[in-house]
Design a protein around this ligand. Structure first.
Ligand SMILES: Cc1ncc(COP(=O)(O)O)c(C=O)c1O
Length: 354
């Protein structure tokens, strides 16, 4: 049975969080002499002399109806890498507990655990990049604090089967985090509507991919009110800058632009997939529900070096589980994809002539 208080690291239950000046008075009008700010303005043309809203309420109020959740079920972080780190710090006791990951998967789950001296158990995905549910359930014990599911998965690009994820969420009493960084590229697949049903479910999303705001660094964490309250206690007080909050409000007025970009990327993805499949030295293009294509080549190391020599940078995933000879390719503009394809054709011709 899931009991949140049993999962939280004990010392955090009693933690008194930092109380910022903006926690004590959140009104907009007044003479503000409480936060040791500079009253004169800024050294830039635009003024940033006041601390930002520590909880980004204006952004959350715009985001809540778009995501179909309550503002109290959201935490915004400096990229989704911030909530990944916060979740480990909230639940896993260094040297005692562990997290469970399903390789091949996004690298920061393991790195965040390593930083906190929390060990990492691994249960590989199946060769078609789905969950080995029985093996995951068998690996869980009382020290398993977080299971990370990445759907669509990085680097394979595919969605994990919903019924498998539900078996993990229902079959364990630890936190199950579903990282949906690429969910906008996969229609109607989000687990967000299940948030009220499963108190151990956490969903991560990001503004870095479909929204095109990787440089702004904003990730979203959705969970029960109790979990969000806990994460708010341990996050740094002003983790999202005022300029970022302002630009997010602007982005949220242009959901249509994001949707249009998703459509264009879907078209480009299919075009790139077909053209990659036509190459003689491509063995397999894995099915994808995201903006990345995992491609198995005959000799990925040679392809990777050739592309690098031509200043075309893709991600070498050949050393990770089930990904021998695989390169991960982000879908670009059609022009960028054509530069890649031209270079791959040249390489294939060289192979034939050698
Ligand atoms: C699955 C997954 N989760 C999270 C992230 C991190 O995203 P952010 O830019 O929000 O930190 C990435 C980045 O590539 C990712 O692939």
């Amino acid at each position: 049975m899931f009991i949140l208080e049993r999962l939280i690291r004990p010392h955090l239950l009693a933690l008194t969080p930092y109380s910022s000046a903006r926690d004590e008075y959140s009104g907009k009008e007044g003479v503000f002499l409480d936060a040791n700010e500079n009253p004169l303005g800024s050294s830039t043309d635009e003024n940033f002399n006041r601390y930002p809203d520590p909880y980004q309420w204006a952004v959350k109020e715009k985001l809540a109806p778009i995501k179909g959740v309550r503002t109290s079920q959201m935490l915004l972080g400096n990229g989704s890498d911030e909530p990944i780190d916060l979740l480990v710090r909230a639940f896993a006791e260094p040297k005692e507990d562990h997290i469970l990951i399903l390789p091949p998967t996004y690298g920061m789950y393991e790195v965040s655990a390593n930083i906190q001296n929390v060990s990492v158990k691994k249960v590989a995905l199946t060769p078609d990049f789905q969950i080995d549910v029985e093996a995951v359930l068998a690996a869980v014990d009382e020290h398993t604090k977080i299971i990370w599911l990445c759907s669509p998965n990085n680097p394979s690009g595919n969605l994990l089967r919903r019924e498998d994820m539900l078996r993990i969420i229902e079959g364990t009493s630890c936190m199950v985090v579903v990282d949906e960084a690429y969910i906008d590229f996969a229609a109607d697949a989000t687990m967000l509507p299940l948030l009220d049903q499963y108190p151990n479910l956490v969903v991560l999303q990001t503004f870095s991919k479909a929204w095109g705001l990787a440089g702004l660094r904003v990730g979203m964490c959705f969970a029960s009110e109790a979990i969000i309250a806990l994460l708010n206690k341990i996050k740094s007080p002003y983790n999202i800058s005022s300029i970022t909050q302002r630009l997010l409000l602007e982005a949220l007025d242009h959901v249509g632009k994001k949707d249009e970009m998703v459509q264009v990327i879907a078209v480009n993805r299919e075009r790139l997939r077909q053209r990659l499949e036509d190459l003689p030295n491509v063995e397999h293009v894995f099915p994808t529900d995201s903006n990345q294509l995992l491609v198995r080549f005959q000799d990925s190391a040679a392809v990777f070096s050739y592309l690098l020599e031509h200043k075309i940078i893709v991600r070498d995933r050949s050393k990770v589980k089930h990904c021998d000879n695989c390169l991960r390719i982000s879908v670009g503009t059609q022009q960028e994809d054509d530069v890649l394809l031209d270079s791959l054709h040249q390489f294939a011709r060289m192979l034939v002539n050698s």
